[in-house]
Each structure stands twice: as C-alpha cells, then as structure tokens.
Design a protein around this ligand. Structure first.
Ligand code: SAM
Length: 368
C-alpha cells in the first residue's frame, strides 16, 4: 500500500495503518504511526533551522527507522541533508526501509542493532525514536554523534516518566516522577536530566534547543557539546523553591531545571511548507517562542491556584494576565496545558496579588 505524509509517499505492507492515530500505535508488521507526523513536521523545521545556523548541510543517523518515513521526509523536505543513514533490525521493516529510501543516492540503509554505535559515523544529527524508553540506545547514540551535534530523542514510556510506575522510573532514569498536575513537565525534565547525566559522564554537556510533551510522548532536541559545563539537577521542591506549590509527599526528580527552549534557535524556525499540519506547527512554535522568554521551572493553572488559595471566584486568564502585567510581571501560555501559564512572579507574589493580602502564603516545604 502507498501512504502520503507531508510531501512524500511511503510504501508499506498491507495492514500497517493503525486505527488509532493520536495514541501509541500498535505493532503492525512495519511500524507506522500517522499520529506522529507532528514530530516529523517539527524535525523538518528544526533540522532546516540548525543547518541554516551552522551554514552547512548535515549528516543524519536514524537508528530505529522502521518504514523510514522520518528519514524520507528529511531527505525530501529540507535542503539541510548532505547524507543520511538509517538502521533497523526487523527484516520486514528493513525491506520496506530499503524500498522507501533506496532511490536517494544520499541515503544508506543498514541492518544494524541500535545498541551499537552507528556505521560510518559520526553524524551531526542523531534521531532516537524508540518504542517506549530511549535509555538502552543512548550510549550508542551519543558515541555516534559528532561534537556539537544534535540528539533528537523521543520517549513514549509516559506511565514511567510521569505516571504510576515509580520504581521503574527510579531504575530506568534514576529519578522519581512527580505526582501532581505538573507531572508531564517533570517527566520531560527527568528525561532531559537523564541524557544530561549520560553526557556529563563522558565529559560533555547539553543545551536544549526545544523540548515538549504531547499526547503520549516526550521529545527533546539537545545540542551535545564536547565541552564540560556544571550540571545542576534538582529534586523538587528544594529549599527556597519559588514555584507552584508541591506537597511535601510529592517530591520528584532529580530533574533538569534549566532552559527547555533556545530563543535564538526558535526565532528563525518556520513551519515547513510541506508540513502535514502547518497551522498546528505554527501555533506550537509560537508557544515555544513565548516559553523561551520565561525560562522558568513549572507553570500554573487557574484551577490549581484557586484551589491552593481557596478563591471562590478566580479571575479569568485574560484578567489574571492583565493584573500580572500591571504589577510588572510577565506571563506566557505553555504548550503543556491549554489552561497553563508561566510567570516570573514567585508563588508568594502571585498569591498576594490574587488575595490582596501581600506575600503571606508560606513557601513550599523544603525537602527533608
Ligand atoms: C517506534 S519505531 C520507529 C518509528 C520511526 N522512527 C518513525 O518515525 O516512524 C521503533 C523501531 O525500532 C526497531 N527496533 C527495535 N529495537 C531495535 C534495535 N535494537 N535495533 C534496531 N532497530 C530496532 C523496531 O523494529 C521498530 O521498527
């Protein structure tokens, strides 16, 4: 069968299209999830931008390539690719991967175990898009990456990073998931923190270009530098933590507390003309750019603030933004929750503004 996505037409064996398009796809003979076209639209946008910033074309390694849809779209939808290698182990997927990428002279397909370093590396851009956790593939991916290259990494084990599977999270990522409404941001930050630790052990450091949570997956685009930098991962809430209240019994982390978004990188990132969902991509890039202006840990929702402060009649979001702005604070919406927003007002300041009582609400309790 032939399936269109973006500007490409993909060859797949019959029965490869899942019925559910926004959730995790079932394991068809050759994996293909149309619901993840959003991530591939973003890949095209981000690789294009990265190549423009570096002033040259890039080498790309996709070790878990399945049908090859991601690689094919990168080859056909951006001038950024100089050469691309794709790997896969499953024989039927490999057969279709060869059919899909074969005609392009810049592409090479390998029967390759993603737990081993890439053939013909290193590469400027490595994409890890596994079933579930990327953890077993990280060491090989990092070895395959050129200094200053970008690791694009997905995790779909949301029940582990942001859900009830706490002990698995501790074993897999060395961190505890958070148990309140902020668990998705915490899960994204646990994933980034895990990569940062692996890179730090090798003497390098990371710089996130963009990172997000959507539907059933987390995804991060991380520049991996050869130069070391101090690594600060924290358990929340720490002593003096200024953000949304977190119960003492709900501690999470250690997690990445630094930026999720690079403003310069995002300022020139455009929805690709070939995007499957151009308006949605444009809207999300706008949200990312807004969040890049306030690189703060965690966000608020009116509902949670009203609950914490026992407000009978909480303000609407426009009213709240107006009051914050008048008081000299900034506020931006977040991609993580349609009701969520980040602000540089500390919790006590926000509480004072909303109750009219000044900064009287006690800080979250420090970790014991
Ligand atoms: C989630 S799918 C990849 C989806 C693909 N990146 C896309 O955008 O459509 C994961 C793929 O990894 C392959 N895979 C799993 N373990 C592997 C390993 N150790 N080495 C190589 N490929 C592997 C599976 O056969 C499957 O096709």
């Amino acid at each position: 069968m032939q399936v269109p996505e973006g500007s490409v037409t993909l060859r797949l064996p019959p029965g490869s299209l899942p019925q559910v398009t926004r959730g995790p796809a079932s394991r068809a003979p050759v994996f293909y999830n149309p619901g993840m076209s959003f991530t591939r639209d973003l890949d095209v946008a981000f690789l294009t931008r990265w190549s423009e910033l570096k002033g040259r074309r890039m080498s790309v390694w996709e070790p878990l390539a399945a049908s090859g849809v991601r690689s094919l779209r990168l080859l056909q939808e951006t001038p950024a690719v100089e050469r691309l290698s794709a790997g896969e182990l499953q024989p039927e997927a490999l057969r279709f991967l060869r059919r899909n990428l074969g005609p392009d002279p810049r592409a090479t397909v390998f029967s390759h175990d993603a737990r081993e370093p890439a053939p013909e590396g290193p590469y400027d851009w490595v994409d890890l898009d596994p079933y579930g956790t990327p953890a077993p593939f990280l060491p090989a991916a990092l070895t395959s990456l050129a200094p200053g290259g970008v690791l694009a990494v997905t995790a779909t084990d949301t029940a582990v990073l942001a859900g009830p599977e706490r002990s698995t999270c501790e074993q897999r990522y060395g961190a505890r998931p958070l148990r309140n409404y902020l668990c998705r941001e915490a899960g994204l930050r646990i994933l980034i923190g895990h990569v940062a630790r692996r890179v730090h052990e090798r003497g390098g450091s990371i710089r996130p270009l963009a990172a997000y949570a959507r539907d059933h997956h987390f995804r991060a685009y991380l520049e991996v530098r050869a130069e070391p930098a101090p690594l600060e991962l924290k358990v929340v809430p720490w002593e003096g933590y200024p953000g949304p209240p977190i119960d003492r019994g709900h501690r999470g982390g250690p997690l990445w507390v630094d930026r999720l978004f690079d403003p310069d990188f995002l300022s020139g990132t455009l929805p690709p003309p070939s995007a499957e969902r151009p308006r949605e991509i444009g809207r999300w890039l706008e949200l990312f750019r807004g969040e890049a202006t306030l690189p703060l840990l965690f966000y608020y929702t009116i509902g949670e603030v009203a609950k914490a402060l026992h407000l009978d009649r909480p303000p609407s979001r426009p009213e709240l933004f107006r009051r914050l702005t008048q008081a000299g604070y900034a506020a931006v919406p977040t991609h993580l929750d349609p009701e969520g927003w980040r602000t540089d007002a500390r919790w006590q300041e926000l509480a004072g503004l909303l109750t009219g009582k000044g900064p009287s609400v006690p800080r979250a309790e420090p970790p014991r």
